[in-house]
Each structure stands twice: as C-alpha cells, then as structure tokens.
Design a protein around this ligand. Structure first.
Ligand SMILES: [Zn+2]
Length: 208
C-alpha cells in the first residue's frame, strides 16, 4: 500500500493518501487545504480517488473536501453527528481568520464498525466521539495502521473545549476503542508526528 501524509493549511492538518498498488485506487483522508498539492501526490502515484473520508467536521480537516470532490467525483464520507459543526462553518472560519469554505452534508455517514474498501485497501470505521460528536478513526488491521484524526496525538489527546467536545467521552473513546489495538499499530494523528498504540498506552500522560 502507498501512504503519503502531508501537513496542509494554516493549522497543518495531516492529510493522508492511501493507495492500492494493484488497482491504483485511493482513499484520501482529511483534505483540509492545499488540494493542488494533494492532486499532485495522486498524479505522482497514478492514483484514482474512490473515497474521501473526513475524520470530523472541523474546518482544518474538511475545508478542501468539496474541491477535491469536484476534481475527482469521489463521494465524501463523514459522520452526520458533526452536521451542527458544518452549520457553524462561518463561526469556525472566524476562529482562525479563514475564508468560509463550501461544505456539504456527507454523501454517506458511515456507521461504527462499517468497512471502507477501496481497491485492495480495507479499513474499519471506529466511532470515537469526544473531540467532536461525530469524530471517527480509520483502522486498517492488515497494515497495522490507525488514522486517528484529532482523537489521539503523540503524547496528547484532542482538545474538547470547542462546541460538541467532551473530555470524558474522548478519554472513554481512546480507552475503549483505540488502546485495545495491537502495540505495533502505527498511529497517524490529525496533527503532528506519528506514534504507535504501544507508546501511547505506556507513555501518554493524558491516559495515565
Ligand atoms: Zn479538530
């Protein structure tokens, strides 16, 4: 599997491209900004986007999804529990002084445990509310990979002071859904460096 993760936009959201080497099909996760750069990565690997997945509807993760869809025709998946945040896009833009992006309701709102399959790539959706009501992670067991959004960071956890946030639910989501994953699982968080489940279970001060 091809994996490219790039930090995009003012808030440096990690946008990840996962590509199947056989079928040349891809899923793009959190195309917040810098869509020309993301399209360049797809072109470099000769990949066709079949799915766009957004881990949660904060502006830095979702702002570019509509533009990427216009270029690729791929459906956009995110949890409809985050629609109140979509309705607040102008407010969100105001928090950071950003332009208000076009954000539409999801083409599909995946259920907890739902399988997302593109080419030979298979991921499972884990609903992990806390950072936002609709926050989700993508787990790829065959790749020992977790795309964690803003739920879990290297040495940190997502902020919960924004609307829809709950620290208690965030910690419960991490403990119940993420920490049981195998130690060697590579975690690609929504911002900052990668880590592993084993390291976070042993060392993350928010989970002590
Ligand atoms: Zn966020």
């Amino acid at each position: 599997m091809i994996r490219e993760t790039v930090a995009v936009g003012l808030l440096q959201c990690n946008c990840t491209v996962l590509g199947d080497e056989g079928s040349r099909e891809a899923v793009v996760i959190d195309p917040g900004y810098e869509i020309p750069r993301v399209l360049g990565l797809l072109e470099k690997h000769q990949l066709t986007v079949r799915q766009i997945v957004v881990t949660h509807a904060h502006i830095d993760h979702i702002a570019g999804a509509h533009m990427l869809q216009q270029h690729t025709g791929a459906p956009i998946l995110y949890n409809q529990a985050d629609l109140p945040l979509v309705a607040m896009m102008e407010v969100q833009a105001g928090w950071f002084g950003l332009t208000v992006p076009t954000v539409r309701p999801p083409d599909h709102s995946p259920a907890d445990g739902e399988r997302v399959a593109v080419g030979g790539i298979e991921a499972q959706v884990l609903h992990t509310p806390g950072h936002t009501e609709g926050s989700l992670c993508l787990h790829l067991p065959a790749e020992s990979l977790l795309i964690a959004g803003d739920t879990l960071f290297a040495g940190g956890v997502g902020r919960t002071d924004l609307p829809g946030g709950s620290h208690r639910r965030l910690i419960a989501s991490i403990r119940e859904r993420l920490l049981p994953l195998p130690d060697e699982t590579l975690v690609v968080p929504g911002h900052g460096p990668v880590t592993t489940i084993g390291v976070e279970r042993a060392e993350n001060p928010f989970l002590a």
